[in-house]
Each structure stands twice: as C-alpha cells, then as structure tokens.
Design a protein around this ligand. Structure first.
Ligand code: HEC
Length: 251
C-alpha cells in the first residue's frame, strides 16, 4: 500500500494544511478563553477554581463558617436570643445591608459580634488560643469572608444536552481528522498511535464525566484531568503535524 506522507504533498497542499492547523489552534485558544469567562465567577472569586467547575457540573452547597459555628453552639456562653438574631441575619439575604444597620440598635450584628466574639476573635486578643489572629471578626472585611453560604445549581440538563451534542459531534470529527494527519507524519509510530489514542480516551472520559459528575462530585477532578489530557494531546498533535509539514526530507 502506498502510504500517504504529508511531507510528500505539493507546496500548496502543505500550505493549506498549515493554515488549517493554525485555525484549529486559534479555536483551541478561544475555547480556553471561553472556559475561563464562562466558569470563573460561579464562586465570586477571580480565576477558575475546582469549586467553579464543581458548581457547573454538580452544584455546590456550602454552609458559611459563621453559620456552622453558631449552629454547633459555639461559643457556649452566647445567649440563645443573640444566637437566634445572628443566625437570622446570616440567613436573611441582607448580610451586607444589616451588618451595622443603625436602626437595629444593640441587636445590630456588628454590636453582637463585638460583645460576644471579639474577646477571643480580635487580632490582638489573648483569650482563645490565638484564634483571633487566625480568624479575626473585627471588621466587615473579616466577617464577610465567613458569612456567605453558597448554593450553586449545576447547569440545566437541557443546556448540558445541547452542549454535549455540539461538542461530541464536532470534537470527535475534528480529532479523527487530526489523528489521521498525525498518522501521516514521520514521527515514531508509537508517538503517533499513542497521542491519537490518548486524545480519544481524554475526550470520551471528559464527556462521560460531564454527565456522571451530576451525581458524584468526586468525578470532577477526573473531568478536569481528562479535559486537560484531551487538550494537551490535541495541541501536541497539531504542533507535530505543523512541524512535519515543513521539516526537510532526509532522502
Ligand atoms: C472564648 C473564646 C471565644 C469566643 C468568645 C468566641 N470564639 Fe469562636 N472560636 C474560638 C476558638 C478557640 C476557635 C477554634 C476552635 C473551634 O473551632 O472551636 C473558634 C472558632 C470559631 C470559628 C471557626 C473558624 C473556622 O476555622 O472556620 C468561627 C466561625 C467562630 N469561632 C465564630 C465565633 C463567633 C461568631 C463568636 C461570637 C458569637 C465566637 N466565635 C466567639 C474561641 C472563641
């Protein structure tokens, strides 16, 4: 069988392939940018975190540390009425507005915290084994880091299905083309076959995890790893193809 070798193609064809490879690389860059923009703000922190991705594919429910501390009866000396007031405030959806709401008088959260917590949770307090230095509650900037419970719903099933249908069909077709280009290069056979297989494995596991992670958050790291494997194998394949198109022939 006469094997197709990319390097044996005419100049025009190799130029065309190089341009298409560049377009695919641009597409990958745009995907990375989109992924960042799309996911980064789910947890109100800049950058894409594990929690952002978990939020998208599984959903996230975390209880604010202040709420869990108060609920586990910390500190024991706190008057029951004041515990109720603080919990009510933390669950009110008006955490920012009411923190030092003047109209609440002595029942304003900043007053309650000052009275019942700062004894230990002030930066320079000597009580409480130095907890004040680690977990200060002096200013709203301290308090707000511990005050918000998060509840992020995963993307709706309809959206996930639409996204899977476009991604599965487009990416698998694209990867088969890239794989065949790679097979027609002069790189060692093990490298060509191996990268092709890794891309397929990464894509399948990634897409499967999009669905499976809905019921198990433990699969989110696998989802990220498989996506990275797919992207890495694909980009490397593109680079190897582009190099092979122009690398001089030895014979
Ligand atoms: C007598 C000292 C003392 C007082 C008063 C006190 N704390 Fe604490 N707090 C501690 C210590 C010590 C810890 C660390 C051990 C623990 O978690 O129980 C802690 C831990 C915490 C944590 C957990 C921090 C984390 O790692 O997530 C929160 C939240 C907290 N306190 C909130 C409060 C609030 C709100 C008040 C007032 C209503 C308060 N504390 C009053 C000593 C105190």
């Amino acid at each position: 069988m006469n094997e197709l070798r990319l390097r044996d193609l005419a100049f025009g064809a190799r130029l065309a392939l190089t341009l298409f490879v560049a377009v695919l690389a641009i597409g990958f860059g745009a995907s990375a940018y989109h992924l960042r923009e799309h996911h980064q703000n789910r947890d109100e922190q800049p950058g894409v975190s594990l929690e952002d991705i978990t939020g998208a594919y599984h959903g996230v429910n975390t209880t604010a540390p202040l709420v869990s501390a108060l609920e586990r009866q910390h500190p024991p000396e706190l008057l029951e009425g004041e515990r109720e007031l603080l919990l009510k405030w933390l669950r009110s959806g008006r955490i920012v507005e009411d923190y030092d709401n003047f109209d609440l008088g002595d029942a304003a959260p900043d007053q309650l915290l000052r009275k019942s917590c700062l004894e230990c949770h002030a930066r320079n307090s000597t009580k409480g084994d130095g907890i004040g230095a680690k977990v200060p509650l002096e200013y709203f900037d301290d308090v707000k880091k511990l005050a918000f419970s998060k509840s992020v719903a995963p993307v709706p099933l309809k959206v996930l299905a639409a996204s899977t249908h476009t991604h599965a069909l487009a990416l698998a077709s694209m990867s088969i083309v890239i794989g065949f280009l790679l097979l027609a290069t002069r790189w060692p056979k093990a490298l060509r076959d191996g990268l092709f297989a890794l891309a397929g494995l990464g894509l399948l596991v990634d897409l499967a995890c999009w669905w499976l992670a809905r019921s198990s958050a433990a699969l989110v790291p696998l989802l990220i790893g498989a996506g990275a494997l797919y992207a890495g194998a694909t980009l490397l394949s593109l680079a190897l193809v582009a190099l092979d198109l122009w690398w001089p022939r030895r014979d």
